[in-house]
Design a protein around this ligand. Sequence first.
Ligand code: ATP
Ligand code: MG
Length: 348
Amino acid sequence: MEILGIDIGFGFTKATGGGQDLVFKSVLGESTDIQFREEMLAAPDHDDEHLQVEVDGKSYFVGELAERQSNVRFFTLDQEQFIGKFAKVLALSAAARMVKGFVPINLVTGLPIGSYRKHKDELAKLLVGEHKVTLVDADGRRDEKSVSINKVRVIPQPFGSLFNLMLNDLGEMGDKRLVREKIGLIDVGFRTSDYTISDKMRYSERGSRTTDSGIARAFNVISTKLRENSGVNVELYRLYEAIDRGSIKIRGKVYDLKSLTDQVFGQLATTVANEVDRLWVDDWDIDAMVITGGGGAVLAKYLQPLLNGEVMALSPGEDMRMYNVRGYRKFGQHLWARGAAPATPAES
Ligand SMILES: Nc1ncnc2c1ncn2[C@@H]1O[C@H](COP(=O)(O)OP(=O)(O)OP(=O)(O)O)[C@@H](O)[C@H]1O
Ligand SMILES: [Mg+2]
């Protein structure tokens, strides 16, 4: 049995298990017949791989491949659509890539706080069971897989980060401090910001909420400005690298993004800090706050000075998009394999 964590985010799908990680954009596209599949010149540092799957008789390009090659691309920031049309394909793509052969899977995944109650049974039902998934590689070779998902556990997304801090890789309690204290979690994602409180490991309903203050809101402002200036509609999921770099080239012209980015990230951080103040007004006894999620990483330098209280420092250099999913996997270990020896290569 393989224990996997899969975090199906609006921006990125993240998966981890058995010593490997996987991240791809949560974008699906119609698969097309690519007639020239060879790379023009061997480019050694290509990290975007060919991810093409067939699920329920439909063929998709997934992630960066869809972004580059599909004429028709599907991407959504709507929760109902996301569960109905995307979650299963994204999760099964990840699972099929992660596990070899016919190894059954126990899966931990998550939902935003705001849609947890409404969608958790539906999501578990979509995923549990035996799925025929075909992976098609860059040369057109087909690998038919039977992905068999034994158990699914759905948790509120930011709890992934808490479990990641609290548990070791075997799912055992590591940091006791977190168990005794009152911790406020701020998970800034692509579309949503999720807030929750763990009070001596108890979930606080009062302190938990999902809002729309994700990074996409800042990206939207930047995209609108770019459309006004260049006439080109830059899709939100194509903006991250440019914003990180500080400029974007559109039809040969370079647009500087630095000052605009500072401004909109500053605004977004203010919104998040205000939401924190309002939501946790009665929770002035919080011991420490944790800023997590990929959006948390980019917003942290703007957000940290605005928060009233101790902010826990997390390991710098880590890809914060993976923070929740690492916790999902550790929680899976805790539930299903505690104390068991980690899987050796011979078992898989
Ligand atoms: N290496 C990176 N590549 C791309 N984006 C990154 C990277 N590091 C941080 N980010 C930021 O992470 C954000 C996405 O974070 P994350 O993966 O946590 O969101 P998500 O879980 O997909 O969204 P949501 O929680 O709203 O469903 C991006 O909008 C980007 O600003
Ligand atoms: Mg997220």
